[in-house]
Write a protein that binds this ligand. Structure first.
Ligand SMILES: Nc1ncnc2c1ncn2[C@@H]1O[C@H](COP(=O)(O)OP(=O)(O)OP(=O)(O)O)[C@@H](O)[C@H]1O
Length: 894
């Protein structure tokens, strides 16, 4: 039992120890778990204790970063805003006063907003604070900082006038409290009508006037086509109306009427360039109104107010007055001309117009900025331009020709131009030595033709012939007008012709044949030219010129287009005195024969200065057709050259060995539309001799020289004889030069030997048969040989022989080309006053009066209408002429 108990105790002990062991293990495990948990807790606690510190550092870091980014962004925004402001308000709109100057915006560009100060942005570039005014709206000033407000007003006004062309901003000052004191610096503008002060009772009138201007501009300038002057300027590049800025500085309570008018200006003014700058009067809210509040603690702009602005100091008083004085001076000097390019189409549109029904081109700008057009066609067909010297006729002709030439190609339009006054400006249309270009439409330019009225006549004859050609062509095609002719003959060359004659009264002056024929031709051209596309443009500075026309009412009636320059008389209808009040560089254009209702005033651009003109001419010249030839230039002051004369250059010996049957002696240039030479034919026929008459040595030598050289050109060397006798030492150099150039074909005679020449030549004439070699006797001052030729037995003196040569020579190819220094001397050599003169078949008279050339030398009685003038001769060949022909001797050949 004990054992059992013992056993049991042992077992229990065993079990207990086992249980104890397990428990111990569990305890140990639990303890270690507890320790681990504590450790974790401690760690967690430790970790938890570190968290707020780290988060704070991170947050601060982020905050700094954000601050930095913010500041950078702000700086960048401020920089961009400043850049944008500088772009929007360049030059005078924002420059600091220290280097401020007038810099008007470009044509068609808006002046933009104006700077009054800077926006305060901490740590960033200052941003100009801009206020929109011109073309944008109105400005109302509030606040108690009076000086600040004054600074804003004067900054806005000075910058405004500096950002626009002088004279294009008009200020109206209403300052009843200080009577204009606030605007005193701007007073010089008043001298040019650019600043008007309105007295204390004048506000209503000022507002009425502004409202009226707005109404007028809306109705007649914008005319429903443009929403604002700004839009008009942007589209057309023109600013037909000034900006009007009314500066209203306080005053009494407004009346109902004034209030109503003011509200109207606020609502509708900006589109018409009418603006208000107001302090002390409340303006209604409007999108176009900018409020500027200047208080002691700062200035804010806009509604709602923007950030604070640091105002610029006011512009220095001297800067204001000097600028205003300069602007006034420039305006008083007259408006700058509109640019010539205003009259031209864009380059790609040049030469695109069709002239079948007429020619239309602008000549300048009308009062509302619209182009004033000139038309030549069936109606009106011809134009009359008038204006005293220096008022711009020449310029107007350039402008008109340019505007037409840029629109119509040379196939559509041709010009003929004649200038009777002295001057060379029209020579530019032709090719020159310095400038190879010419105006491709120009066919003829006649300058310095004041003494050569024959040239005017030649042009009129040429046009009359062209008129006949056109009328014939029209008849052939059974049509009546140019437009119809062009339609039925599209391949034909039927350009419209515009003939411009400046100082045309010179052509009609005098009562001689030239004046009579010119007037008849003009009348015919004026009447019938209209339907054949031939248009006359006559200009004159001289009332008498116009009056000369008035004597021919049928002629004047055709000139329905009238252009009157300032102070022109008698161009417009009798009671129409619009030209008397015209400003400089303006013209009244009137297509109603000058009746008042047809008046249109145009401002004419400057077109005639060399650079302006040549730019267009070069452009058109480069566009010319490949076969275009330069215009013929006739310069009455120039002496033509034989070697350049087409008729001289065309002379050649006949083919084979034959002598020319009717050689020609070229004597001088004919005054004509074409460059042609006067030529004397010398066939084997009685009387084919030439007498040059007068005392002018150089001209006489020039005529004989050209005759001899041109004859020599038609003979091969050795096939003609030229016997040169010179009896006047003054003619010696010219005669000797000719002798040397004719070389082996020439023989020289003088006073000693001239009798031998006569003897030998006369003897040769008696030989049977016709001599094969032509013989030309060139006798310089032959009358001086009278003594030497008088000797000999009666019937066989030198003079007898000379007469025989004159008489018999031509049929035997022996021709005398002799210079006598007077008609009486020639007659004496021919046998006395009663002697026959028919052996002198042709003559050139130099300083010999027409009357001396009567009886026997010229058909009819009394002689030709010939008034001697330098370097001109009257050529008459009985075999071909009915009347004498004026020639210009060629210049010396060497
Ligand atoms: N529209 C214009 N704009 C600017 N300058 C002009 C204008 N018209 C003329 N002028 C200038 O005025 C001056 C006189 O002009 P222009 O020679 O055309 O006058 P005119 O009437 O033909 O004089 P005249 O009969 O004495 O020759 C010139 O110097 C010319 O450049």
């Amino acid at each position: 039992m004990a054992d059992l108990r013992a056993q049991l105790a042992t077992r229990v002990r065993g079990m207990l120890s086992e249980a104890l062991g397990v428990t111990r293990t569990r305890v140990a495990t639990a303890e270690s778990e507890l320790a681990a948990a504590r450790d974790r807790l401690a760690r967690v606690r430790r970790a938890a204790a570190g968290v707020p510190e780290r988060v704070g550092v991170e947050r601060d870091r982020r905050l700094v970063e954000i601050d930095k980014r913010h500041a950078a962004r702000l700086a960048e925004l401020a920089h961009r805003a400043a850049e944008a402001a500088r772009r929007e308000a360049p030059g005078a709109a924002s420059a600091p006063w220290s280097h401020w100057r007038v810099t008007p915006a470009g044509r068609g560009e808006s002046p933009g907003p104006l700077r009054v100060g800077t926006l305060r942005v901490a740590d960033a570039e200052p941003v100009p604070a801009l206020v929109p005014l011109l073309d944008a709206g109105h400005v109302q000033l509030h606040g108690d900082d009076r000086a600040g407000a004054e600074a804003v007003v004067s900054a806005l006004l000075l910058r405004g006038v500096g950002r626009t062309d002088p004279g294009t901003v008009r200020l109206y000052g209403y300052d009843p409290e200080h009577l204009g004191g606030g605007l005193a610096g701007f007073a010089p503008l008043g001298t040019a009508g650019l600043l008007t002060f309105v007295g204390p009772g004048g506000l209503a009138r000022l507002l009425d006037d502004l409202v009226e201007q707005i109404r007028r501009i809306n109705e007649t300038v914008l005319a429903g086509e443009y929403g604002s002057l700004r839009a008009l300027a942007a589209a057309t590049g023109r600013r037909p109306e000034p900006w009007r800025v009314a500066v209203l500085l306080g005053g009494d309570e407004l009346s109902r009427h004034e209030r109503g008018q003011l509200d109207r200006v606020v609502r509708t003014g900006a589109a018409c360039g009418v603006h208000l700058v107001v302090r002390g009067i409340d303006l209604p809210d409007d999108p176009s109104l900018t409020r500027v509040r200047t208080d002691a603690d700062g200035t804010r702009i806009g509604t709602p107010p923007g950030p604070p602005v640091r105002l610029d100091p006011p512009p220095p008083a001297t800067l204001v007055t000097e600028t205003c004085r300069e602007i006034a001076a420039r305006v008083n000097a007259g408006p700058p001309p509109t640019p010539f390019t205003d009259l031209l189409p864009p380059p790609e549109q040049m030469w695109k117009e069709d002239s079948a029904h007429g020619l239309t081109a602008p000549i300048g700008e009308g009062p509302h900025g619209r182009p004033v057009l000139l038309t030549l066609g069936d109606y009106p067909p011809h134009a009359l331009i008038g204006g005293p010297s220096g008022t711009g006729k020449t310029n107007l002709i350039f402008a008109w020709i340019g505007a037409l030439a840029a629109r119509y190609s040379p196939a559509e339009l041709e010009f003929y131009l004649l200038d009777f006054k002295e001057g060379v400006s029209f020579a530019r249309f032709a090719q020159g030595r310095r400038d190879p270009s010419w105006l491709p439409h120009m066919r003829l330019v006649g300058i310095n033709v004041n003494t050569d009225r024959e040239f005017g006549l030649a042009l009129l004859r040429f046009l009359a012939e062209e008129l006949r050609r056109r009328a014939d062509a029209a008849k052939k095609h059974e049509v009546t007008k140019l437009s119809e002719l062009r339609a039925v003959d599209p391949a034909g060359h039927w350009p419209r012709i515009v003939a411009v004659v400046d100082e045309f009264q010179a052509l009609l002056a005098g009562r001689d044949v030239v004046a009579r024929e010119a007037a008849d031709l003009l009348e015919d051209l004026a009447r019938r030219g209209r339907s054949q596309g031939i248009h006359l443009v006559l200009a004159s500075q001289d009332v008498r010129g116009i009056e000369a026309l008035w004597g021919r009412p049928a002629l004047v009636a055709q000139f329905t287009l009238r252009i009157a320059l300032p102070k022109a008389l008698r161009i417009l209808a009798e009671r129409n005195d619009a030209a008397q009040a015209l400003p400089r560089y303006h013209a009244v254009v009137n297509a109603e024969s000058g009746l008042t209702e047809g008046n249109e005033v145009a401002r004419i651009p400057s077109a005639s200065d060399w650079e302006t003109w040549s730019e267009l001419q070069h452009r058109l010249w480069r566009m010319r057709p490949a076969d275009a030839a330069p215009a013929r230039l006739f310069d009455g002051d120039a002496i033509p050259r034989l070697t350049e004369a087409p008729d001289f250059r065309a002379l050649t010996p006949p083919p084979g060995d034959a002598a020319p049957r009717g050689p020609v002696a070229v004597l001088g240039e004919i005054i004509d539309v074409q460059s042609r030479s006067a030529a004397l034919r010398l066939p084997r026929a009685p009387g084919r001799n030439l007498a040059v008459l007068g005392t002018r040595v150089d001209e006489a030598c020039a005529v004989l020289d050209a005759a001899a050289r041109s004859l020599a050109r038609q003979h091969r060397p050795g096939t003609a004889r030229f016997s040169i006798a010179c009896l006047d030492p003054d003619a010696d150099p010219a005669a000797r030069a000719l002798y040397e150039d004719l070389a082996d074909d020439a023989a020289w005679y003088d006073e000693e030997t001239v009798a031998e020449l006569m003897a030998e030549t006369a003897t040769a004439l008696t030989r049977p048969g016709t001599p094969g070699t032509p013989h030309y006797l060139l006798l310089f001052a032959v009358d001086a040989a009278a003594g030497a030729l008088a000797t000999g037995s009666p019937g066989s003196t030198g003079l007898d022989r000379l007469r025989r040569i004159l008489h018999d020579g031509p049929e035997r190819r022996t021709h005398v080309l002799a210079w006598w220094r007077g008609v009486a001397r020639m007659r004496a050599d021919l046998g006395g006053p009663a002697a026959r003169t028919d052996q002198i078949g042709a003559w050139v008279a130099l300083d010999v009066q027409g009357g001396e050339l009567g009886s026997a030398l010229y058909p009819g009685s009394g002689g030709p209408d010939w008034y001697p003038r330098p370097w001109r001769g009257l050529f008459f060949d009985r075999a071909v002429h009915r009347t004498g022909q004026v020639i210009i001797p060629y210049g010396p050949s060497r």
